[in-house]
Design a protein. Sequence first.
Length: 576
Amino acid sequence: MAQDGEQRRKLLGRILKDMGLVTEAQIQEALAVQKERGGAIGEILVERNYITREDLTLALASQAGMEVVNLDDLQIPQDVMDMISPSIAQVYRVVPVRHQDGVLTVVLADPTHLKALDDLRFLLNCEIKGAVATEASVDRTIQEHYSIQENITDLLDQMQEGVAELAELTPETASQSIELESAVEMADSAPVRKLLNLILLQAIQDRASDIHFEPFEDEFRVRYRVDGVLYEMVPPPKHLHVAITSRIKVMTGSMDISERRLPQDGRIELNIAGNPVDLRVSTLPTMFGESVVLRVLDRRLVALDVNELGLRSDDIEKVTGLMYRPHGIILCTGPTGCGKTTTLYACLKERNEVGVKILTVEDPVEYDIAGIMQMPVRAEIGVEFAIAMRHFLRQDPDIILVGEIRDKETGDMAIQASLTGHVVFSTLHTNDAPTAITRLIDLGLEPYLINATLEGIVAQRLVRKICTNCKEEYEPTPEAVLSLGLRPEDVKGKRFYRGRGCDRCTNIGYLGRVGIFEILVINDELRELMLHGASTQEIRSACRRFGTRSLRQSGLLAIYDGVTTIEEVSRGTLAE
């Protein structure tokens, strides 16, 4: 027992060194980084590729004095699995493995998430003992033994048969005028809460970016967007749309449950297995009820690292050069949902150090980054981008991020900030990098001021990545090659790949997304063209002359590298 207590008190770096995984020099390097910017030493060692995530899990388990379990070699009795419901297993990311002498042993993916054990003691009313397994094996076991989609179907079947708590939620009563008290009662009913929780868990587990609840005349559709594509879930009965919409409003704590005629916005904060997940809620009145869309902001899915965005090595050099300019405006352009904010956050995180003051104004703040002062737009009280920028200049910043340049006033303030020695990051909605220059002029900004302050433009798109588990080589049809604006002789000797479809990618053939980029660094030739009011086509031609890769050309390189497919690049980019 004394030895156990001594092991708990040992420092994580010392445990890793005793395990032969790191050297003293690596520990000291991680401690120096920790002193400079904070963070857990284990995460810093993983970040620097000195240890793997699995190594860290085992070391944390050793530090906490917890048993390490190999789930892949373990046969778990079904009666033990049944002691924890699918929703609890998914929320707390735990797997029950043993039940002896009134003590249930559960395996955690994160040995630091000890609060889960306290919650389980309360929920299950029995003694809980914690053990640890690798993150991948815990997720795999939960996936194999607890199917959320099946539970959604089972719950809907129960509702259709007539669950007692939903006796008042019949199609007849749902079509009538519903009083506030009735709406609250419906929203708080156990089956509605359970159904909504399962839908949210399924969507978040499948890496959804948005969840849509859509009432139509004869159906209530639930869809979610994964890697830019919408997929349909098991549809709930039409008459439940008021109850589910009301439940979502109740969860925000700020939306008016009785107001169904005006659009509303809100926010829900969830905690899934110790990971914070924010849901941005938007309601829209339609002919057949309120449409609700939840934007999922899951930190685990966002790579706030310039090296993880999909940039090629020469592109990383260009972006790094832009980031470290002493002053000037750097723009990120593209349509909604193309990853502009993620790219800018990655740049800010790269520059985030003790000697640099960074201020942001965003609509809304999507992810909070330690060490950066972030401010949300508050249109209802008159706090817009331009107003915030005006006050930012009195806060002694080095770098400013303004969420979007959407009008002349904001553009003027960005130029003023740049001229007074600040670096300004922002976004603009244009199709490619050269068009951004024309767009700034259309907003009413003076060409000579744009010429003096604009340093670079990053245009981007997101394309789906081929699933590496079922990736296969194939020969594309001549029509597919033509869709890229190429001739068969242009791709002679090139290899093409696609995803066959497997369990890991749910038979889609794609898993995750990656960026393709057009990076325009402003040079003297471009400044001369801007000053003389050159057209977008003239600027585009000049860019091609000095070697700026277009989005389509970047997409072709991603195809030849076996990262994505012809269909994805054809869909996301325009032919030249």
